[in-house]
Design a protein around this ligand. Structure first.
Ligand code: GDP
Ligand code: MN
Length: 349
């Protein structure tokens, strides 16, 4: 639970002390949300849950980014919910639009074709800009330059358990650079040539590939083909300094120039996941079993009843996706030679 508020409201004035109203010391980190003004109520639900389950004790900042100006209503409602500083940024046109090396006619034909094949978001221009922005630019927004770690939050997510520790601090103190809660197989129609592009990058930049990487997680044949396993990036806690490194920027630019954000519909989830799997030593990736999470249509409900009771969880363990055939989490346990947690084979009933 929360500690009593023993300090005065003076703590809310800037510059803010490291200690929040709940008396927990922060590290240099922020929540980050990309949203449209029309997302205001859906993001409000997410913020309320993040605050109740965690941030009311810490008061971490929350950065909101948008390709349009946030309106007064969005700012008024969200800033009332965030316990830390709420900050609002507009995305520059150089980060949200077609780069000049993209052939617009070719991109338009792809969208028509994907529309006919009924591929989800296949005909959308804005969805492609969003995926490219999340892949290559959010961590370079001027507001984000102030921080070392980020936690991405999307509209309409749910958190089902108390978070009784500081995941940001956990990342920093344990040298983790990328973390996740749900993994699954990517829809192959959206990324037919992504792996070819990744292979081109690996050839051009062998110096960026970690010796002790997680290739096992994303390929069943030592890198010949992609098995489509990836971490679901609507939840991520990660290192901004890693994303801003030459390693990651070289990777993003290589992929970007191959054009698949527009000639296909590459998602930021496989793009981030492949980067983390290949360029980080596998010990720098982390699976947060104790963070219970929902984003339509999948749930991560922690395996293990003791943990769920202790953390006051309200998810149904039968909804947990981890041990489902379409999840890649089993493969993660295999890669790390970890025994599956007690209850994995019984709690789904
Ligand atoms: P899905 O989770 O893949 O179905 O995609 P979402 O619709 O949830 O979009 C992912 C994130 O990007 C969410 O945080 C959205 O609010 C945000 N987003 C999507 N499209 C746009 C857009 O055109 N402009 C802005 N500002 N945000 C967007
Ligand atoms: Mn979403």
């Amino acid at each position: 639970g929360t500690s009593p508020n023993t300090q005065s409201d003076l703590l809310l004035s800037t510059p803010r002390p490291l200690t929040g109203k709940g008396s927990h010391e922060r590290i240099n980190a922020t929540f980050v949300t990309l949203a449209r003004n029309s997302d205001v109520w859906d993001i409000s639900r997410s913020i309320r849950q993040v605050e109740d389950r965690f941030n009311r004790d810490y008061n971490y900042d929350w950065v909101f980014l948008n390709d349009a100006e946030f309106d007064e209503k969005f700012k008024k409602i969200t800033s009332a919910l965030v316990s830390g500083r709420a900050r609002y940024g507009k995305i520059g046109e150089e980060h949200w639009g077609f780069p000049d090396f993209i052939d617009q006619d070719k991109a338009a034909k792809v969208r028509e074709d994907m529309h006919e094949r009924k591929i989800i978001y296949g005909d959308s221009i804005s969805y492609r800009h969003m995926c490219r922005y999340e892949s290559g630019f959010f961590f370079r927004h001027p507001l984000m330059l102030d921080y070392e770690y980020y936690w991405r939050v999307e509209p309409s997510i749910e958190l089902f358990c108390d978070i009784d520790f500081d995941p940001f601090r956990f990342m920093k103190e344990n040298g983790k650079k990328y973390s996740w809660v749900l993994s699954l197989y990517e829809y192959v129609e959206t990324i037919p040539t992504l792996w070819d592009s990744v292979k081109g990058f690996m050839q051009a930049h062998p110096e960026h590939i970690a010796a002790d990487n997680s290739m096992y997680f994303i390929s069943e044949d030592e890198g010949e083909t992609f098995n489509h396993c990836h971490f679901w990036s609507n939840f991520e806690i990660g290192s901004l300094e890693w994303l801003r490194s030459k390693q990651y920027i070289d990777y993003f630019e290589h992929l970007d120039h191959d054009g698949g954000f527009f000639y296909e519909r590459w998602g930021d989830a496989p793009v981030h996941s492949i980067a983390a799997a290949l360029m980080l030593p596998k010990e720098e990736l982390h699976f947060f079993n104790e963070i219970a999470y929902y984003h339509v249509p999948f749930t991560h409900c922690p395996t293990g009843e003791d943990k769920r009771l202790e953390l006051k969880c309200h998810c149904n363990p039968a909804d947990n996706f981890d041990w489902n055939g379409y999840s890649c989490t089993k493969r993660w346990y295999e890669m790390h030679n970890l025994a599956k947690p007690a209850g994995w084979d019984t709690e789904g009933d």
